[in-house]
Design a protein around this ligand. Structure first.
Ligand code: SAM
Ligand code: SF4
Length: 391
């Protein structure tokens, strides 16, 4: 299992590309078990049984970009666009403070126009003002996930009080990155540059990849893991890639199944409900899921003191997917606080959970899930990643 760190002067486990590729291809259940248990003890060593909540407000699904996989991409033919009002966002923040989540993640599609950037500034100001209290002398923590922006915009938001930023790299394989994003407004180099700017400004920086993208190899994923270390990330959020109907990547997958594998050429004869197809799609998802658990375990071993999220996408494949992630490597859970009426229009991939629930139900459900694996939620604190605090 690679080379173990010597505690207490820990730097995380060191693996070569070859070792990582080998571990990602574990063939037997017992091989996985050794990996998962080793990661679980690293998680326990760093965090005990503590888990951190971050409320996530998906405040707008309007986006300038057209990522080939995403259920709210600009040219999605069905999704209805929405913007939460400022009051709804601030109310969500106050609720997050009241119930002790400590931090609010503001997530949306990417919009770079001045008016929208000013709106984010306005929201940060209002949230800080409305949530400052004895419990939170600096207001609740604010995490942003609103895509690629100019350094001066990142700086303005940081100066106003946002202190964490999530921007997934999606894949570190440049060719694959360019294959899954339209070329005219996407560049891998810009993405990396944004992450570097965020770090230089002083943010706690989070990134991550999608696992099981068509065309992605185990070597790609091994390199993603090494890249996490190289970028010195504070937070890591990754999950399985899951098809989203009406997106180019999903359509490509359907075409491949019907035309290439089954020689059915008439699109009208394609049927999502076809049981063989459903079985095939589920099997592919299970492979991605298993691979995600291995990626989580290896990430914990290599980046032992980073905050790692148990992402919702895991639960779309396995009803207990988030619990498995918490047992192995994750220490962060993000209950959704978006008002129920908007949730059906923020479905990034098929079968996204928590779409029919409200924030109260998500709170109770996730508390129970955390408790069910013998962990507890730490309330009323920002719970910054130890990795950042040690720098
Ligand atoms: N627009 C911002 C951005 O792209 O950074 C933030 C919101 S975006 C919807 C958040 C993340 O959703 C993306 O980084 C991507 O990894 C994930 N996502 C989108 N479509 C997905 C899919 N089909 N399967 C899994 N994850 C997906
Ligand atoms: Fe927009 Fe983010 Fe979806 Fe890409 S992943 S289409 S930037 S919301």
């Amino acid at each position: 299992l690679g080379s173990k760190p010597t505690y207490p002067n820990v730097k995380g486990w060191k693996f070569t590309e070859k070792e990582l590729t080998r571990l990602l291809s574990n063939r037997t259940h017992s091989e996985d078990l050794v990996l998962f248990k080793t990661a679980a003890s690293a998680t326990e060593r760093e965090f005990g049984n503590e888990t951190y909540f971050r409320g996530i407000a998906e405040f707008s699904n309007k986006c300038e970009k057209d990522c080939n996989y995403c259920g709210i991409r600009k040219s999605h033919p069905i999704v209805q666009r929405f913007d939460m009002s400022d009051k709804e966002v601030v109310d969500a923040a106050k609720w997050v403070a009241e119930y002790g989540y400590g931090c609010l993640l503001l997530q949306s599609g990417e919009r770079t126009v001045k008016k929208e950037n000013e709106r984010v500034s306005r929201l940060i100001r209002a949230i800080k003002k409305e949530t400052t209290s004895k419990t939170y002398p600096k207001g609740i923590g604010i995490i942003l996930s609103v895509g690629e922006q100019k350094p001066e915009v990142y700086k303005e938001w940081f100066d106003l009080g946002a202190h964490r930023y999530l921007l997934r790299i999606e894949t570190t394989n440049r060719d694959l990155y360019h294959k899954i994003h339209p070329s005219f407004n996407h560049s891998f180099e810009t993405r990396v540059q944004c992450l570097k700017s965020l770090r230089d400004i002083g943010y706690q920086v989070g990134s991550g990849v999608m696992i099981g993208i068509p065309g992605q190899s185990l070597l790609d994923l091994a390199r993603d893991l090494l890249w996490y270390r190289q970028m010195d990330l504070d937070m890591i959020g990754m999950g399985p890639y899951i098809h989203s109907q009406h997106t180019p990547m999903c359509e490509e997958f359907e075409k491949d199944y019907w035309q290439v594998q089954n020689n059915v050429t008439d699109k009208d004869d394609w049927d999502w409900r076809d049981s063989d197809f459903a079985q095939y799609r589920d099997m592919e998802n299970w492979k991605r899921y298993r691979l995600t658990l291995r990626m989580l375990a290896l990430t914990r071993l290599m980046c032992f003191d980073c905050n790692i999220a148990a992402t919702t996408a895991l639960q779309a494949i396995d009803p207990f997917g988030r619990e498995r992630a918490l047992e192995i490597a994750a220490n962060v859970v993000m209950p959704i606080v978006t008002p129920k009426k908007y949730r059906k229009n923020y479905v990034l991939y098929d079968g996204k959970p928590c779409v029919e629930e409200g924030k109260e139900e998500c709170r109770g459900c996730l508390q129970a899930r955390v408790l069910s694996v013998g962990k507890r939620v730490v309330y009323d604190q920002w719970n910054d990643p130890p990795h950042f605090l040690r720098k």
